[in-house]
Ligand binder design. Sequence first.
Ligand code: BES
Ligand code: ZN
Ligand code: ZN
Length: 485
Amino acid sequence: MKTHLVKNLDDIQGDVLLPVSEEMKPLAEQPIAKSLSLHNQTLFLDDFESSDSEVRTLYTGERRIILLKLGKNTNSDALIKTFRRFAKKNAPLLKNLSSIVFTSPSIDSKTLLSSALCGLKVGEYDGGLYKQNRSESKTDFDLGIYIENISEQELSEICIKAEHVAEVQMRVMDLMNTPGNRKSADTLADWANESAKKWAYEADIFDLGWIKDNGMLAIEAVNRGSETPAKFIVLRYKPENVGNCPKVGLVGKGITYDTGGLSIKPSDSMIYMKSDMGGAAAVLGTVELAARLALPIELVAAVPVTDNLVDALAIKPGDVIGSYSGKSIEVLNTDAEGRLILADALNWMAKHENPDHIIDLATLTGAAVRSLGYSAAALMGNDQTLLDSLIAAGEESGERVWPFPLWDEYFDELKSDVADLRNIGLKPIAGQIIAGKFLEQFIENHKSWAHIDIAGTAFGDTEFGRNKNATAYGVRLLLQYLENI
Ligand code: BES
Ligand code: ZN
Ligand code: ZN
């Protein structure tokens, strides 16, 4: 994607994309009318239906003017979605696009520009991973941009960043959209290794032998029903030439397929369970993005990866397993497997890495989906400042999080008669909180930990498919959070 600044409207060339915001004046009255030969156009804002992403094409001489209606909501997420939908649905128009003219004074120029570029790029995503005619060749944009208050230098920086963000999001979407029979712990490990080599950060892949030798018994237990050995992926990104900077520990749930194990899932909900590594994907993507953008922050990531299958050796409801922390766990439901592998990863992170903050992301509970739907992820933790920063980053990025409490009484649900704790509450209440409370037992009293349950937001209805598919949720939330701190 290449861009250059067009300073004079008379120099605009070729087909033009003209985003139209709510405060648009009649076209003919706009300063751009003369240069773009729009002075005879009678189009008013009322001519659009109220929805965003509506497209009208005007023909003036040799050129197309493509009007793209922006919605009322002009935060970056809404803007990205508008441009993404536009690109996805109007591929032929996009091919000949040579310029974008931004004339929406009420929207911050940088937000508008970066959202537009990121959205146009991601909008070319094709989820047909195994289709013979998957569109590989992406449009190679070379766009003239007319926009006020942006210098050539700023344009170039915004363009480069938008491209990195878009590429990482698409790579994360690919990982998530890969079906369970075509991805395993090795797939994520290879992804991490290749990414680390390319973007010059560190990846250590620990195999099942290491997992057992080191007493990660909860990961081992979940992996026992599988023919494919689990992996424990550790990533480290350190910025160069930056003195004292915060160190953030990221942990992501990497279940490459969740059948539920012997507490098997109903088939209607099992069909989406290739997405159960959404936390892992977001964490892998975020570390790659931090390295690509050379963020001045230190990151360490721990990603436990296995599938959750049914086999003769699989753990059974009622089994008692060990864990890295030394705590014994009565597994009353093998479908609550995410918290088991996270327990070991969080405990490892808290014991050995001493990060300033620990944030875990996981497609952890149906309860998070029932309480918030697809509009926000469920947030829990023990440090109000960290939680507030994540809520703010969620608002800014549009990848929202919403808080739930971790009061002591919720722990009563996790008391076991035979073991130190059990992995589920037996009442059908507050499932996302009980899961968070379970994780809290493994953070070694770390003072700043947050848990983000992304079960409702990681995989959903998008313009990219007929059925639910990857959203890459978490990448922009974490990027915003890291930039803010
Ligand atoms: N992977 C699921 C959670 C999930 C549900 C993710 C819907 C995405 C969409 C998780 O492993 C799970 O099955 N959790 C159980 C826990 C229960 C047994 C306590 C659930 O939420 O039903
Ligand atoms: Zn499960
Ligand atoms: Zn799961």
